[in-house]
Design a binder for this molecule. Structure first.
Ligand SMILES: NC(=O)c1ccc[n+]([C@@H]2O[C@H](COP(=O)([O-])OP(=O)(O)OC[C@H]3O[C@@H](n4cnc5c(N)ncnc54)[C@H](O)[C@@H]3O)[C@@H](O)[C@H]2O)c1
Ligand SMILES: O=C(O)C(=O)C[C@]1(C(=O)O)C=C[C@@H](O)C=C1
Length: 292
C-alpha cells in the first residue's frame, strides 16, 4: 500500500492509472498536477485525484509512488523539476510510448536518482485523450512493457511488477532498444499510415465527397487517425530511426502490390492477399486473465 501517488499529467493514461490504483486499494491519496490548472481541477472534480498541486514538484512532495503521464517530449523537463524529491525509496514510473528517448532523458535529468525510475509502457489506450476519458478498467488484461536499465534498482523493478500485476497487466521486460524497434512496427507505423490516409483524402479534389460515402472498413482502418496530435508528434519524432526503417519495409510492400496491380497479375496478387489475410485471421491481441 502506497501513501501517496504523485501524478504528473492528469489525462487519459495517468487518470486511468490513478483510478485503477485507488480501486485496487493500493494508494491512500492521489496528488495531481497537469500543465493546465483547469485540467487538474477537472481531475479533482471527477474524483481521479484527491488534491490539486500547483506544480510537478508539489505533486511529488510526500509521494512514495510517482507517475509521469505526459507527452514524451515533456519527460526531461519534468524529471529535472522533481529530481530533488526523488529518494532511493521512491518508485518513479512513466507510461510513455517510446523508451530510448525517455531513458536518455532520465539518465540526464535524474543522474544519481535514476535507479528509482522504472520505464514503463502499457500497451493499451484510446484514440481520445483527456481526463474525461480516464477508465479504471483500461489496464486490465493488457501487456505492460518495463525497460529497466543497468542502474534501475531491483526493489523498484519488483514494486513496479507488483503494481502493474495488481492492476491486471501482464508484465514483460525488454531493453529500451528492442521496445522501440517492436513498437515502431506495430504501433507507430500503423498510426503514421492512418494519418497519411486521412491526409491523402484531405488533399485531393474530391476527398471530402469520398469521405462522406465511406463505410465501416474505412471507420475501422482509420480509428487511430483521430488520436492526439501533440502526443503523436512526439512519438514519431522520438522514434524516428526505427520508424523510418519500418516505412521502408512498408514502402517495399506497397510498391510490390502496385506493380502486381499495374501488371494485372491477379494470381500473384491473390497469393499476397491470402498471406496477409491468413496472418491477420490467425492474429489475436494477447489478452490476459488478471492474477487474483
Ligand atoms: N493515449 C494512448 O493510447 C497511450 C497509450 C500508451 C501510452 N501513452 C502515453 O501516455 C502519455 C500520456 O498520454 P495520454 O493519452 O494520457 O494524453 P492526455 O493528453 O490524455 O494526457 C496528458 C496530460 O499531460 C498534461 N501535460 C502535458 N504536458 C505537461 C507537462 N509538461 N507537465 C505536466 N502535465 C503536462 C496534459 O495537460 C494532459 O493533462 C504519453 O506519453 C503517451 O505516449 C498513450
Ligand atoms: O487503441 C488505441 O487507440 C491505441 O492507439 C493504443 C496504442 C496502440 O498503438 O496499440 C497506442 C499507443 C500506445 O503507446 C499504446 C497503445
Amino acid at each position: 500500500m502506497f501513501e501517496q501517488l504523485g501524478l504528473i499529467g492528469c489525462g487519459l493514461m495517468g487518470g486511468s492509472f490513478a483510478l485503477a490504483l485507488k480501486r485496487a486499494g493500493l494508494v491512500k491519496r492521489v496528488v495531481g498536477y497537469s500543465k493546465s490548472p483547469s485540467t487538474t481541477s477537472q481531475a479533482r472534480q471527477l474524483g481521479v485525484i484527491d488534491v490539486e498541486a500547483p506544480s510537478a514538484l508539489l505533486a511529488v512532495a510526500g509521494a512514495d509512488i510517482v507517475l509521469l503521464a505526459v507527452p514524451v517530449s515533456a519527460t526531461e523537463a519534468t524529471f529535472k523539476s522533481i529530481k530533488h524529491l526523488i529518494t532511493p525509496q521512491t518508485l518513479v514510473m512513466d507510461v510513455g510510448s517510446t523508451k530510448r528517448d525517455v531513458v536518455d532523458a532520465a539518465r540526464r535529468a535524474l543522474r544519481e536518482q535514476v535507479g528509482s525510475f522504472v520505464p514503463a509502457h502499457p500497451i493499451t489506450g484510446k484514440e481520445v485523450s483527456g481526463v474525461e476519458h480516464a477508465d479504471p478498467d483500461l489496464y486490465i488484461g493488457k501487456h505492460v512493457i518495463l525497460t529497466p536499465i543497468e542502474r534501475t534498482m531491483p526493489r523498484q523493478i519488483q514494486q513496479a511488477t507488483e503494481v502493474w500485476t495488481a492492476l491486471g497487466c501482464n508484465v514483460v521486460q525488454m531493453t529500451p532498444e528492442s521496445h522501440d524497434a517492436a513498437f515502431a512496427a506495430v504501433s507507430h507505423l500503423p498510426h503514421l499510415i492512418a494519418f497519411a490516409m486521412m491526409q491523402s483524402l484531405l488533399t485531393q479534389p474530391n476527398g471530402a465527397e469520398y469521405l462522406r460515402l465511406a463505410g465501416p472498413g474505412f471507420r475501422d482502418f482509420t480509428r487511430i487517425a483521430a488520436s492526439d496530435p501533440h502526443m503523436w508528434r512526439d512519438i514519431l519524432v522520438a522514434n524516428r530511426e526505427e520508424l523510418l526503417t519500418q516505412t521502408q519495409h512498408f514502402r517495399r510492400a506497397l510498391e510490390h502490390l502496385e506493380q502486381l496491380i499495374d501488371r494485372q497479375d491477379g494470381d500473384a496478387l491473390e497469393d499476397l492477399i491470402a498471406q496477409a489475410s491468413d496472418a491477420r485471421a490467425d492474429w489475436r491481441m494477447v489478452s490476459f486473465k488478471p492474477q487474483k
